[in-house]
Design a protein around this ligand. Structure first.
Ligand code: NAD
Length: 357
């Protein structure tokens, strides 16, 4: 297979971790006989410095012409001035919209040998294997918003709206994913209060019963889910929800494994390339020191192979290499505790060695 991958290293530790993921993808391609072509482009703060735009036209065009996009992270104190014309994060919102990336997939699966790093007790965290599917381009974050005065009192409003097709397509992504996992799907809403959630519940149930009748399906209110994620997270398989509920719940869930440096994410559109990235930010506090954990980005590269190029065996090869490396006790500084730590490049080299067979 031949594929073109657009790399957007971004800011802070982004270039360091994307470089390692690129080496791992190269090693997998060599082992399995694929031809991957890489092209690197500016996005985020570095692009603002270069041309004043966090998502330059050339970068967007390169993304559109590629089969998949691998992003490091964007942002940092240099571009934090609230009076600035634009910010690195504006590039992130725009690329999601421009590429139509409506479904964000975030797997949360703490490694058995790292459950001690979780803020929760090991017996609660062990066995957790959740895939969140969050709607990413609709809902309250993209509705009408504004300020108004009524009888001299200032107020603000944000409209939350979802159309039937917007709900159908994201539930379909979640349903397909659940069919390839443990065949259990949970939809999260606030149907006891919100009209949008009542429509979400109706449409989700129709999609599941018409297209995925084999799934074990249930619905949970978002406030209850916030509690279940802390008290019994191992009970869930695939979880689908809207933009704002997903934003909050996935951040809550990202604490379960105890380290941000291990969690990847994928944002999928249809048709066109998906965007794959670690869930953490640009970690300006450690940028340039060569100590960042590259594993979340390497696992994002595995998701890219699975979801974009349908290379399941190759994706699994990366995931099992990472698991074995962690099980063998090798750590970067963020998860090493008082033990010895590998550098970013040393950790990347371990994965390259393991996937090279
Ligand atoms: P962060 O995720 O960058 O860092 C939080 C803490 O985790 C820091 O102590 C950092 O050193 C550590 N950390 C994060 N990733 C790590 C890794 N791979 N290895 C080792 N340690 C790691 O969050 P923040 O400090 O709140 O944000 C920093 C910048 O990143 C901000 O400008 C923010 O806007 C941006 N950001 C970007 C994205 C993105 O590009 N998708 C996401 C979140 C934050």
């Amino acid at each position: 297979m031949k594929a073109k991958i657009c790399l957007l290293p971004g800011d802070g530790i982004g270039p360091e971790i994307v470089a390692q993921a690129q080496l791992v993808l190269g090693a997998v391609a060599a082992r399995f006989g694929h031809e991957l072509e890489f092209e690197s482009h500016l996005m985020g703060g570095c692009a603002i410095d270069d041309c004043g735009d966090p998502l330059p036209e050339a970068t967007l065009n390169a993304c559109r012409e590629s089969d998949a996009v691998l992003l490091g992270a964007v942002g940092g104190p240099k571009w934090d001035d609230p009076r600035a014309n634009t910010r690195p994060e504006a590039g992130l919102l725009r690329i999601r919209k421009e590429l139509g990336l409506f479904a964000n997939l975030r797997p949360v699966k703490p490694h058995a040998s790292l459950v001690g790093a979780s803020p929760l007790r090991p017996e609660i965290v062990s066995g957790v294997d959740i895939l969140f599917v969050r709607e990413l381009t609709g809902g309250i974050y993209f509705g009408d918003k504004g300020r108004r005065k009524s009888a001299g009192v200032e107020a603000a409003f944000d409209e939350m709206a979802y159309s039937v097709p917007e709900i159908e397509r994201v539930v379909r992504v979640a349903g397909k994913a659940a069919m390839e996992r443990d065949k259990r799907l949970t939809s999260i809403d606030k149907a006891n209060v919100l009209e949008v959630s009542r429509l979400w519940r109706e449409v989700a149930a129709n999609v599941v019963s018409n297209e995925f009748p084999e799934l074990q399906y249930d619905v949970v209110l978002v406030d209850a889910m916030a509690m279940h994620l802390i008290s019994r997270p191992a009970d869930f398989d695939v979880v689908v929800t809207g933009n704002m509920f997903g934003d909050i719940l996935t951040d809550e869930a990202s604490m379960l494994p105890g380290s941000l440096g291990l969690l990847p994410s994928a944002s999928l559109g249809d048709p066109g390339p998906g965007l794959y990235e670690p869930i953490h930010g640009s970690a300006p506090d450690i940028a340039g020191k060569g100590i960042a954990n590259p594993l979340a980005t390497i696992l994002a590269a595995a998701m890219l192979l699975r979801h974009e190029l349908q290379l399941e065996e190759e994706a699994a090869a990366i995931e099992s290499a990472v698991s074995n490396i962690i099980d063998s006790g090798l750590r970067t500084a963020d998860i090493a505790g008082k033990g010895a730590a590998l550098s970013t490049a040393e950790m990347g080299a371990k994965v390259v060695e393991a996937v090279s067979g």
